[in-house]
Design a protein around this ligand. Structure first.
Ligand code: CAA
Length: 295
C-alpha cells in the first residue's frame, strides 16, 4: 500500500552510489544500513581525515559485531566493509545520485554543506537531510536545484528503529520524493510523509514528553521518581535514558529551536543546562548497590 502522500513508486530513480556528509555516530549508523541493504558504494566525508577514519572504523566495527552474532554471512560482511569508504573531499560525490547529510544541527552549516555538494554532483543527484528539527524549506532556499532536496530523518538507534520521517519542501519534486520512499523501503523502514514544521512529528512529541518530565523534576519531584513513573506506561525506555542516548547537548539544542517555534509549549530546562555545563553524559550515576541518583 502506498504511504499517504507518497507519489507513484514508478517515478523513483535508481540509487547507485550514496554520499554521506558527516562521519559522526548517526551518519555511521545509516552508512552501514545503505551499504548492507542497498548494496551500493557509500562514501563518507568529514572535515578532517581523523573524523573520516573514525566514521569508517565505526561502520567496520558494527559489521564485525553483526558477523559475530551470526546476523550476516562472512561474504556479506566483506562486501559491506568494501562498500563503505571515506574521503576528506566531497569530490568523491561526483558520481553519487543520493547524498545525505548528518552534520551539526544548524541551518547555516547545512546550507553551506549543500552549496558545496551541489557544486560537485550532477543536477539529478538527490540531496537529503537528516535534520531532526530544522526547516527543510529554508535549507532549499539557496540551492540551484531546490526541487532535489528532501528530508530523510532516521531515529536512533538507526539499525533498530523502524520509522523514517520523509519531509517534502514546497519545491521537492515527485521523482525525488518517490526515490526517497523507494530507498526507505529498500532500507526496510516504515516511511511516513510529514509536513515541514519544526521537529516534524516524532520529536515534537518526544521532546514535549521529556520536557514535562524535566519540568516535574525542576519543580521538585525526585528525578528518579519522575522518570520511572512512565515505565509502566509501556515506553521502551524511560525519558531520561532516551535523553542520554540522544545526547544531552543535542536534546537541549533541539529543545531551544522548538522553543523558538512553539514558545511556552516547549520549555528549556535550567536543570538540563546545568548538567550539560557540568559535562554530564546523562542524568544518573549508579551506586554500588545499583541505586541511581542525580549527583
Ligand atoms: N545500535 C545497533 N543496534 C542496537 C542498538 C544500537 N545503538 N541498541 C540496541 N540495538 C539492538 C540490539 O543489539 C538488539 O539486537 P539483537 O536482538 O540482534 O541483539 C536489539 O536492538 C534490542 O536491543 P536490547 O534487547 O538490548 O534492548 P531493548 O529491547 O531494550 O531495545 C531499543 C533497545 C530498541 C533501543 C529500545 O529501548 C527502544 O526502542 N528505545 C527507544 C528508542 C527511541 O525512542 N529512539 C528515538 C530517539 S529520538 C531520535 O532519534 C530523534 C532525533 O532526531 C534526535
Amino acid at each position: 500500500k502506498r504511504p499517504a502522500g507518497a507519489p507513484d513508486a514508478k517515478l523513483a530513480r535508481p540509487v547507485t552510489k550514496v554520499g554521506v556528509v558527516g562521519a559522526g555516530l548517526m551518519a555511521g549508523q545509516f552508512a552501514l544500513l545503505f551499504a548492507r541493504l542497498l548494496l551500493v558504494p557509500v562514501v563518507m566525508t568529514d572535515i578532517d581525515a581523523a573524523r573520516v577514519d573514525k566514521g569508517v572504523a565505526y561502520v567496520h566495527g558494527e559489521v564485525d559485531k553483526l558477523l559475530a552474532k551470526g546476523r550476516i554471512s562472512p561474504d556479506a560482511a566483506n562486501r559491506t566493509r568494501a562498500l563503505v569508504t571515506g574521503s576528506v573531499s566531497k569530490e568523491a560525490f561526483a558520481d553519487a545520485d543520493f547524498v545525505i547529510e548528518a552534520v551539526f544541527e544548524e541551518l547555516t552549516v547545512k546550507k553551506q554543506v549543500f552549496a558545496e555538494v551541489e557544486a560537485i554532483v550532477s543536477p539529478e543527484c538527490i540531496l537529503a537531510t537528516n535534520t531532526s528539527s530544522l526547516s527543510v524549506t529554508a535549507m532549499a532556499e539557496d540551492l540551484k536545484h531546490p526541487e532535489r532536496l528532501v528530508g530523510f530523518h532516521f531515529f536512533n538507534p538507526v539499525a533498530v528503529m523502524p520509522l523514517l520521517e520523509i519531509v517534502r519542501a514546497p519545491k521537492t519534486d515527485d521523482a525525488v520524493l518517490a526515490t526517497a520512499f523507494a530507498t526507505a523501503k529498500s532500507l526496510r523502514k516504515t516511511a511516513v510523509l510529514v509536513k515541514d514544521a519544526a521537529a516534524f512529528v516524532v520529536n515534537r512529541v518526544l521532546l514535549r514528553l521529556m520536557g514535562e518530565v524535566f519540568a516535574a523534576f525542576d519543580e521538585g519531584t525526585d528525578a528518579h521518581t519522575a522518570d520511572n513513573a512512565l515505565r509502566p506506561m509501556g515506553l521502551p525506555m524511560t525519558p531520561f535514558t532516551l535523553l542520554a542516548m540522544v545526547g544531552l547537548p543535542v536534546a537541549q539544542h533541539v529543545t531551544e529551536s522548538m522553543h523558538e517555534a512553539f514558545g511556552e509549549r516547549i520549555a528549556v530546562s535550567a536543570n538540563l543546562q546545568a548538567l550539560i555545563d557540568a559535562g554530564r553524559k546523562g542524568l544518573w550515576e549508579t551506586a554500588e548497590d545499583g541505586s541511581q541518583s542525580v549527583p
